[in-house]
Ligand binder design. Structure first.
Ligand code: NAD
Ligand code: TYD
Length: 350
């Protein structure tokens, strides 16, 4: 019986992950710590098995709260999804990215270290109770941008370009340091762009689906030839859980499925599926510091743990578009919040 602390579980990937692990394991309990920012939505978890799940509203950077939760629940696993996650927002207002992504991660790491410590070895390093693990959900964006050729491997130097990716790189490095200096049982995963149900519609795919559906312009940044390496969210969830249970502490894993696409190709595909004209596409001013290409080399996770993606893009993008169309009530409730102001500020005069 394992007790998971999943942070950011009301967001896109976190909510999919909670659904995934509750289905996969019978004998687990899940505590979801989320402070419900604009991106957190409890509707993302509707219908889940409440008998093995608890929601705790709170901030990962609130150290006394995090300490209390460790006392109350005696966690075995921490999976840290909680983050400010949108590059465009990090360009407008970087500060909260440092607070949540860096200081929040450090508060979790430090609390886990203290709560899990069982003693000290002869060299003075802490020792830990059996079976505990911290998993830091990082991103391929910590590597910066690629040219036309090549892939990110786990050895690629970190060279983040946006305030978002810089804050994630800092979190990734502090997690590494807790493993090296304190031997905290830990892994780091760096995944490529995810797509699937419950993604907040500030991100490319749900934003374009919603705009196409409502005959609004589709704002493509710059020439639209930037490349992202798309992975269906369930495949990311499976990879994270595999790393958590099976990987050797201290290992870093890239996660991706060799599915590179230009943004403009994705936008055209969405228009085609919704039977809408290409004239809805509007090329707008490019994002500042826009990374040109991301592409993951997933050889290590395949070799060590046997993980491979199971959902091919053609199938996954169809499922995803259909999900957004079928869940108009979810989309409308998300759009009714602060979203409209955000959209107007971000896209007017662009
Ligand atoms: P998201 O923005 O949809 O969700 C983030 C969640 O974290 C929200 O529920 C939000 O309320 C919560 N949160 C934010 N600040 C918090 C705080 N201080 N305390 C507690 N909860 C807080 O993000 P996502 O797309 O689901 O991404 C989840 C994680 O995966 C992030 O760490 C992100 O960097 C990483 N990641 C995302 C992708 C992607 O394509 N979306 C790819 C690789 C890695
Ligand atoms: P996004 O979903 O924000 O993910 P990330 O920046 O983390 O990769 O954006 C994916 C790509 O789509 C990125 O190259 C920026 C581009 N994009 C647009 O062209 N128009 C948009 O309105 C948005 C939100 C993104």
């Amino acid at each position: 019986m394992k007790t998971y602390l999943v942070t950011g579980g009301a967001g896109f990937i976190g909510s999919n992950y909670i659904r995934y692990i509750l289905k996969k394991h019978d004998d687990i309990k899940v505590v979801n710590l989320d402070n419900l920012t604009y991106a957190g939505n409890l509707e993302n978890l509707s219908g889940i098995d409440e008998s093995r799940y608890v929601f705790e509203k709170g901030d990962i950077a609130d150290l006394p709260l995090v300490q209390d939760l460790f006392q109350t629940y005696d966690f075995d696993f921490v999976v840290n999804f909680a983050a400010e996650s949108h590059v465009d927002r990090s360009i407008e207002d970087p500060e909260v990215f440092l607070r949540t992504n860096v200081m929040g991660t450090q508060a979790l790491l430090d609390t886990a270290k203290n709560a899990w410590q069982s003693g000290k070895d002869q060299d003075g390093y802490p020792t830990y109770r059996d079976g505990v693990k911290f998993l830091q959900v990082s991103t391929d964006e910590v590597y910066g941008a690629l040219g036309r050729e090549g892939y990110f491997t786990e050895e690629t130097p970190l060279a983040p370009n946006s305030p978002y990716s810089a804050s994630k790189a800092a979190a990734d490095m502090i997690a590494r340091a807790y493993n090296k200096t304190f031997k905290l049982p830990l892994n780091i995963t760096r995944c490529s762009n995810n797509y699937g149900p419950y993604q907040f519609p500030e991100k490319l795919i749900p934003l374009m689906v919603n705009n196409a559906k409502t005959d609004k312009e589709l704002p493509v940044y710059g020439d639209g030839k930037q490349v992202r390496d798309w992975l269906y969210v369930d495949d990311h969830c499976a990879a994270i859980d595999l790393v958590l249970w099976k990987a050797k502490s201290g290992e870093v894993y890239n996660i991706g499925g060799h599915n590179e696409m230009e943004n403009i190709q994705i936008v055209s595909l969405i228009l085609e599926r919704l039977d809408k004209p290409e004239t809805l596409i509007k090329h707008v001013r490019d994002r500042q510091g826009h990374d040109r290409r991301y592409a993951i080399d997933p050889a290590k996770i395949k070799r060590d743990l046997g993980w491979e993606p199971t959902v091919m893009f053609k199938e996954g993008i169809g499922l995803t578009i259909d999900w957004y169309l079928a869940n108009a009530a979810w989309m409308n409730s998300v759009l009714s919040g602060e979203y409209q102001n955000y959209y107007d500020n971000m896209y007017k005069d662009r």
